[in-house]
Design a protein around this ligand. Structure first.
Ligand code: FAD
Length: 338
């Protein structure tokens, strides 16, 4: 900390696209440092849907999101990237000699000629219900994501929310939980009609408790372990539900955070890039993946991978203007042993 670390390319975001950008930069012999605010690499795949299968990755008829990230990390590892995880990028300032200097929330200072922004939907976090003292339970008995369904076997689970995530997890966890209660402030859900119908059918059979129209009101417990959740109607009638676990699913708040202040052209919170080069409106700063927009942009992992290949070549041209890149296939140029 404090000391400036020099590299060829700084990649902001270790989601699937940022990870593949490490590989593509490596293929043109550029070294990378990667910064991510989350403690684990993988972006949305790791944080939002690790156990969900993905069907549109070329060559994989079906792959779980977490498995895709394991493989992308392994593929990138050959080029020895340096990860700075749990750090949010803060400032980005131009330096002499065409360098950019990036500072993170932990005081890490990185310097490079090229920056590839792969910040996805931005730094994302759950929308927290405004319940006093909820922080004490978070990560122990209040969870905003389900990363391992099995840990909830036999538990009394309260799920709050009315969207697809709430309904899908209610249906799934009903198979293994001791009890599932679903709290929603209205009788109607914002979920796929099929799923809502299945939820209501399970409620009729008595396999799920539908607690509507109620809102979360308070928590009781000890040392981070919940014992009950109190819910209330709009006119203040309350009810106590005994519970081991609360899963509030109120969507995510996503924000570009400090990146929005870097002076790049934005369109509805996305960075405008030239799809031919992945260049933003500032020389040396490139954008790839979900964070960028251009006419015809598809927000898919597949598209982000291709953008990463383009950005790496653009970064190479910027860093080595005197030696034009000799195009090679990976089979010819080879990859060092990881
Ligand atoms: P992200 O995955 O969003 O990663 C961005 C990373 O940048 C994050 O780790 C974030 O923490 C980090 N970051 C952001 N801001 C900062 C900052 N200021 N400082 C430090 N780090 C920062 N796509 C498909 O192609 N096929 C599918 O089947 C599919 N299914 C999906 C299912 C679900 C439920 C969801 C939510 C998405 C799905 N997607 C699918 C979309 C896919 O996940 C995204 O297109 C993909 O994750 C984009 O990758 P990315 O690397 O651009 O961004």
């Amino acid at each position: 900390n404090g000391q400036t670390q020099q590299t060829d390319v700084i990649i902001v975001g270790a989601g699937p696209v940022g990870l593949f950008a490490v590989f593509e930069c490596g293929m043109v012999r550029l070294n990378c440092h990667v910064v991510d605010v989350l403690d684990d690499a993988g972006g949305q795949c790791t944080a939002l849907y690790p156990e969900k299968p993905i069907y549109d990755i070329p060559g994989f008829p079906r792959i779980e999101a977490a498995e895709l990230i394991v493989r992308l990390k392994a593929q990138a590892a050959a080029f020895r990237p340096v990860y700075h995880l749990g750090e949010q990028v803060q400032s980005l300032e131009p330096r002499t000699g065409g360098f950019w200097r990036l500072t993170t929330s932990k005081g890490t200072v990185l310097q490079a000629k090229a920056v590839i922004i792969a910040a996805g939907v931005g730094a994302f976090g759950p929308n927290r219900p405004p319940l006093p003292g909820i922080e004490a339970y978070e990560g122990k008995s209040v969870f905003y994501y389900v990363t391992q369904r099995e840990t909830f076997r036999g538990k009394r689970i309260v799920i709050a929310g009315g969207g697809d995530t709430a309904v899908d997890w209610a249906l799934s966890l009903a198979e293994i939980a001791g009890r599932v209660s679903v709290i929603h402030r209205r009788d109607r859900f914002r979920a796929a009609p099929d799923s809502e119908a299945r939820l209501k059918a399970l409620a009729k059979e008595g396999r799920i408790d539908l607690v509507v129209p109620y809102q979360l009101h308070g928590l009781e417990g000890d040392n981070g372990q919940l014992t009950s959740v109190t819910v209330a109607t709009l006119d203040g009638q309350t009810k106590r539900i005994e519970a081991d676990v609360l899963l509030p699913f109120f969507g995510l708040s996503m924000s570009l955070g400090p990146i929005a202040d870097w002076g790049l052209a934005l369109e509805r919170n996305q960075i405008e890039v030239d799809p031919a080069t992945a260049a933003t409106t500032k020389a040396g700063i490139f954008g790839v993946g979900d964070v960028v927009t251009y006419p015809g942009k598809l927000k898919l992992i597949l598209t982000g991978f291709a953008e990463a290949a383009i950005a790496a070549r653009s970064a190479y041209a910027l860093i080595h203007p005197e030696t034009p890149l000799h195009f090679e296939y990976s089979t010819t140029s080879g990859v060092p042993d990881a």
